[in-house]
Design a protein around this ligand. Structure first.
Ligand code: SF4
Length: 409
């Protein structure tokens, strides 16, 4: 596993694999070939099919704005290696001088074909959650100590920056009203949800309203291209901050404690990213919201004083009930079902944590097994359920544009 700095990235939404990853790769390529007078980018697979809605072309043009840039959407070619693939060419005097094939693998991380030297080092040596647990037992430490032992104490400064950014985004989102960009004309609803909870006396409803309002706040900022933290991706960036913000408010946790919970959640997200996938284009929404829910559930369980076994159990429960969840954003915007899904993911994370805290530690399914299952299930999903906007809700909605009158075909 790589550093948590490669998991939690602060940047602009709406999509880590469609905007953040391509932006970072294009920036490096541009700086490597400053002598070029033109750049050409060919987008394939999910990048070609939902790139417009996810602003891929916009971010590439912005990154290369001082150069002539040509962007081609090739929706026919299917890359066997990864569905989020693009080629970038540097051109000088009409001659191609360099070409990279880039795989945007999720969470803003990318790989370049035949360029292993540009990949980040795997600093965590343990390859399964079972191994991590064993390490912690042998070294008499918890998951936060494990992160510090591997990354050094400087990780705390980075996590503080991440937490500051998460809080700022929620606070901004709670104050913002209006209609989001795009054909759906979707209204921002975080503020409304937040104001509503005050009128309600019932504790459970209050918790659900609050945690949903926080998740909406971040997800609406993300959908509008605002600053968010990948946790583990942009599309699923609302779940973890919502849960941590709610826990902080409810129990008055100090920032130093929340930062430890971020580290614990990070181990879970990093583990899925390394051993399976956090990419909706590769494994559907179970890989994004499912992972975010596991991370948030782990963070909440840590804050409640849960042992490593309870943290593992909470993460497993959270992922297990997202298995098979497809990725079908309408018109390719990270809005429907994504925003609401973040709120449901945050509520479910608290429920999973509560269940794990109540139940005994002798669970039958391990986190390792559920992650492997998620990966296999994702690979088995038909491609139109993996961020292509060609299946599921996206297909039904587009075929039934007066859907509120008649949903049937
Ligand atoms: S449906 Fe899920 S995986 Fe797909 S774009 Fe939305 S949040 Fe991401």
């Amino acid at each position: 596993m790589q550093s948590l700095k490669e998991l939690y990235k602060i940047g602009n939404g709406p999509s880590s694999s469609h905007t953040m990853g391509p932006k970072r790769a294009v920036e490096i390529f541009k700086n490597k070939y400053p002598e070029a007078d033109k750049f050409k980018v060919i987008l394939y697979g999910s990048l070609a099919l939902t790139g417009k809605g996810h602003l891929t072309d916009y971010i590439i043009e912005e990154t290369l704005k001082e150069y002539e840039t040509e962007i081609i959407f090739d929706t026919d070619y299917k890359c066997e290696v990864h569905p989020n693939t693009f080629d970038i060419f540097a051109i000088k005097n009409n001659e191609e001088i360099a070409k990279w094939r880039v795989y945007s693998v999720g969470g803003g991380t990318f790989q370049i074909e035949n360029k292993k030297e540009l990949e980040f080092e795997n600093i965590y040596k343990e390859e399964s959650f079972g191994e991590i647990e064993k390490y912690c037992e042998e070294n008499n430490c918890d998951l936060y100590d494990y992160v510090c032992k591997v990354e050094g104490d400087s990780i705390n400064d980075y996590l503080q920056e991440v937490w500051n950014s998460m809080q700022k985004t929620i606070q901004k989102g709670l104050k913002t009203e209006g209609i989001m960009h795009g054909k759906l004309h979707l209204e921002k609803r975080a503020k409304k949800l937040f104001e509503k909870h005050i009128e309600n006396e019932d504790e459970v409803t209050k918790q659900n309203r609050l945690v949903s309002a926080y998740a909406y706040a971040t997800s609406e900022e993300n959908a509008s291209g605002g600053i968010i933290v990948t946790a583990p991706t942009c599309g699923a960036s609302g779940v973890l901050p919502a849960v941590l913000y709610y826990m902080k408010e409810k129990y008055n946790f100090e920032d130093s404690k929340i930062i430890k919970a971020l580290a614990v959640a990070g181990v879970i997200g990093n583990f899925v990213k390394t051993n399976a996938s956090i990419s909706g284009a590769e494994c559907g929404c179970q890989a994004e919201i499912g992972t975010a829910c596991s991370m948030a559930s782990a963070g909440a369980t840590y804050l409640l004083g849960g042992s490593i076994k309870k943290i593992e159990n909470a993460s497993e429960i959270a992922m297990e009930h997202h298995l098979g969840l497809t990725c079908d954003p309408i018109y390719g915007y990270v809005q429907i079902p994504c925003i609401e899904r973040n709120a449901i993911g945050a509520m479910r994370a608290l429920e999973s944590s509560s269940l794990a805290m109540m139940l005994s530690d002798d669970r039958k399914v391990s986190f390792d097994v559920v992650v492997e299952t998620m990966y296999e299930t994702g690979k088995d999903l038909q491609s139109h359920y993996r961020e292509t906007s060609e299946g599921g809700l996206a297909k039904k909605y587009c075929r039934n544009k007066y859907y509120n009158i008649d949903m049937k075909e």
